[in-house]
Design a protein around this ligand. Structure first.
Ligand SMILES: [Zn+2]
Length: 353
């Protein structure tokens, strides 16, 4: 546990649900954990006791990526953890593959509707059918314009065109729209939707005042900081401001709220975690500004400033997105100015005075 985590309270200690099993974290709320084949390591999914049209069953929150391993774990859960009841509804916090990958399979298998924000539904549906966002020539051009010039790396990114569909091969053809401020009745409890930006197009977290729970998705993680990146599809965005403004919206929730995050363990200490996230990004922004005061920097120049460890290609693409997000936050604040050099690379330098 790192020093920052000591400021948080993990009421379940080291307890984790076994693969294919669940762990009850509140009445009618069960925790599922599935391994992921990349650095993120695992994802938390949730079962909420529900009743729709007089039929008792479960609402699933998030799905895991499409893989045989994940399907086998789900089958084990269906057989042993549902108390003989059906899955009634599939609710997805956002469009990233570890959250939405198996939505089509779960919805089809249980004839259950998908509930999701409209922005993320369409992004996922488009991504599952084409090559947006995570690879291909557009991404290669974007990274090159921010100084990633290793021809081997740029070639690999250009060739990586089936990345998203490999984990999200299909999407349900219909959905039920979740929106900020909406209330969703799940079983005996009302859950309020809280939209969040900067990590995904329109992430939905859900707060249940009567159970004292926040389904935080990827917007409120206890141990790692949420990925906040600029992507080629929206190259002039300011996601770090969007993210920090979004997490501030959780600050008004009761301090004893138990946050159920998508990665890591359930925790209390929402207000402490919001403060930590602000401090984390304030420190990174100060480092980036200092580097740009010494000499004009492109995105690639910022990698060793923000990331002290060696990065593989997959990590490099994420790190580049994060580096540009921090440059853009300072640029939009008016502390940096941007110029396009003769080689077609954006360089950011401190605004004098
Ligand atoms: Zn995510």
């Amino acid at each position: 546990m790192n020093a920052l985590e000591l400021e948080l309270d993990y009421p379940f200690g080291e307890a984790l649900p076994e693969p294919g099993h669940t762990l009850e974290v509140a009445p009618g709320v069960r925790w599922i954990r599935m391994a992921l084949p990349f650095a993120l390591h695992h994802i938390n999914l949730w079962l909420l006791a529900d009743e729709l049209d007089g039929v008792k069953g479960w609402t699933v929150v998030d799905c895991c990526i499409a893989s045989d391993d994940a399907k086998a774990l789900w089958e084990q859960i269906f057989a042993t953890q549902l108390q003989g009841l059906p899955i009634l509804r599939v609710l997805v916090t956002h469009m990233h593959p570890d959250h939405v990958g198996l939505a089509h399979w779960l919805c089809e298998r249980w004839n259950a509707p998908l509930w999701m924000s409209a922005t993320d539904y369409y992004a996922a549906r488009l991504g599952s059918q084409s090559t947006t966002g995570f690879g291909g020539p557009d991404a290669a051009g974007f990274f090159a314009a921010h100084g990633l010039r290793d021809p081997d790396a740029v070639d690999k990114i250009r060739g990586r065109t089936r990345y998203y569909p490999s984990m999200v091969p299909a999407m349900p053809s219909r959905f039920h729209r979740l929106m900020d401020g909406a209330t969703v009745r799940i079983g005996a409890h009302d859950w309020q939707c809280i939209s969040g930006y900067g990590h995904a197009p329109e992430h939905i977290a859900l707060h249940c005042p009567t159970l004292g729970l926040l389904l935080g998705g990827d917007m409120m993680l206890p141990r790692i900081s949420t990925n906040v990146s600029v992507f080629d599809i929206e190259p002039e965005s300011n996601p770090l401001k969007l993210f920090l403004d979004s997490v501030d919206r959780f600050a008004v929730l009761p301090p004893d709220t138990l946050t159920l995050p998508s990665h890591g363990k359930p925790f209390r200490g929402l207000q402490q975690r919001i403060r930590q996230l602000h401090e984390h990004h304030r420190d990174r922004l100060a480092e980036v500004l200092r580097a740009c005061q010494e000499r004009p920097c492109c995105g690639a120049d910022i990698l060793p400033v923000m990331f002290k460890r060696p990065l593989d290609l997959h990590q490099t693409t994420f790190a580049m997105g994060e580096a540009v997000a921090h440059l853009h936050a300072l640029w939009f604040q008016g502390l940096l100015q941007r110029t396009l050099d003769a080689g077609g690379i954006y360089r950011f330098s401190a605004v004098p005075g």
